[in-house]
Design a protein around this ligand. Structure first.
Ligand SMILES: [Fe+2]
Ligand SMILES: [Fe+2]
Length: 175
């Protein structure tokens, strides 16, 4: 199902805040679960959400803000560096199984990183951008469009290339 929040016209900051709330709710859901398969499913969802969110911030929101809201430049740079740590953990968690010894602690540390980062964005970076001349409505439209593209791309199955059975067997024999 398409993300419903992309259908509502939110300005850039409203859209990003809605993403933050969604991820926080997923972390709460994760904490409430005890079953490994449920934890794995929710952790993967958190990773997907964070991946898309970081991409639209880094490709669209951060560069535009940096160019048009000079006073937020340091906050944006800090945000980019914080994203590096978040993305590294997301990558690790995406490759883990729920029975991995460090699975739970990795999700816990990711939650702490995200909590810190979201607080800085919402209390320091966003207010400066809101006071600037950034057109948040236009930016919101661009973020929503990018998000729709990225989520569409990630949910759409890539065509699986199957080697014809005979060819594969012949190649194996030759090897
Ligand atoms: Fe964010
Ligand atoms: Fe961010």
């Amino acid at each position: 199902m398409a993300d419903q929040d992309t259908a509502v016209e939110l300005d850039a900051i409203e859209l990003l805040k809605a993403d933050h709330r969604k991820v926080e709710a997923l972390f709460d859901e994760y904490d409430a679960q005890s079953g490994k398969s449920a934890k794995l499913r929710i952790a993967r969802k958190i990773c997907e959400e964070l991946d898309v969110h970081a991409k639209i911030e880094e490709k669209i929101f951060y560069p535009t803000s940096k160019a048009k809201a000079k006073e937020a430049k340091d906050d944006v740079n800090e945000g980019v560096v914080e994203h590096q740590g978040i993305k590294m953990l997301v990558k690790q968690i995406s490759r883990m199984s729920a029975s991995d010894e460090y699975f739970d602690s990795s999700v816990t540390v990711l939650k702490e990183y995200v909590k810190h980062h979201v607080k800085e964005e919402e209390t320091e970076m966003f207010p400066k951008i809101q006071k600037s001349r950034v057109d948040l409505d236009a930016l919101g439209e661009r973020l929503a469009a990018a998000k729709a593209r990225l989520t569409g791309a990630s949910s759409g199955r890539k065509p699986v290339r199957r080697a014809p059975a005979k060819k594969a067997a012949a190649a194996k024999r030759r090897a």
